[in-house]
Ligand binder design. Structure first.
Ligand code: ADP
Ligand code: MG
Length: 220
């Protein structure tokens, strides 16, 4: 599903920062993997490259057989919207829209009718055990519920892969375990999932832990 060959990334500036120094990594379809490393080690940079939210300087990234390199903005957005679901530490829900509307939002941008997108969003909320919270605003939900709404939103476009950046970073340990169980259940249904985390407990709940330090993947 994912193949990275000698990926390099430098953030330019007065003092350029060479963050990724030759990342080689393969992730198969159906894997649940975590990427661990110290703060500032380049985990989010790597995940953003995987999600076609950021570009790299040299190397090659293949996503499901497609070379992700020198893409136009439109092509990048098209691949991203079709193939990737994102989950973030801070949930990134819209505060004035209820849970159902938040989950349905990606379909709004795809031009799906209101009736159809609401039905599909309700299905995903049911899957997350949140049907009874569909008409609540994010501010009326617990942290774990908010993250499950965000996971429902990430699933609504039927992505090939879920990328999650510190998805339990804002949650207590009990709620973190619940959210990890959601990811494990999705993975057992076949979803490919990559989770960036600095929490060893989260790492333990995944099938493979990838460690990044000094700009490269550490041998396991
Ligand atoms: P992590 O997610 O592991 O904490 P990041 O990938 O966010 O690490 O950041 C890696 C390094 O790159 C850090 O030193 C960070 O300050 C720097 N960095 C991240 N994004 C940018 C950017 N847009 N411009 C310049 N430096 C950045
Ligand atoms: Mg980060």
């Amino acid at each position: 599903m994912i193949g990275l060959k000698d990926i390099n990334k430098t953030y330019p500036g007065a003092v350029p920062l060479h963050v990724l120094k030759g990342i080689n990594l393969e992730i198969d379809k159906g894997e649940l993997v975590s990427i661990m490393g110290a703060s500032g080690s380049g985990k989010s940079t790597l995940l953003n490259i995987l999600g076609i939210l950021d570009t790299y300087d040299t190397g090659e990234y293949h996503l499901d057989g497609v070379l992700i390199k020198n893409l136009s903005e439109n092509r990048a957005a098209e691949l991203r919207n079709r193939m990737i679901g994102f989950v973030f530490q801070s949930f990134n829900l819209i505060g004035y829209k209820n849970a159902l509307e938040n989950v349905a939002l990606p379909l709004f941008y795809q031009g799906v009718s209101r009736k159809k997108r609401n039905a599909m969003a309700m299905e995903q909320l049911e899957r997350m055990g949140l049907a009874d919270r569909a008409h609540h605003l994010p501010g009326e939900l617990s942290g774990g519920q908010k993250q499950r709404v965000a996971i429902a939103r990430s699933l609504i476009t039927n992505p090939s892969i879920i990328l999650a950046d510190e998805p339990t970073g804002a949650l207590d340990s009990k709620t973190s375990k619940d959210v990890m169980q959601v990811f494990r259940d999705l993975n057992s249904e076949g979803m490919t999932i990559v989770i960036v985390t600095h929490d060893p407990g989260v790492g333990q709940a995944t099938g493979r832990v990838i460690r990044i330090a000094d700009g490269i993947i550490q041998p396991s």
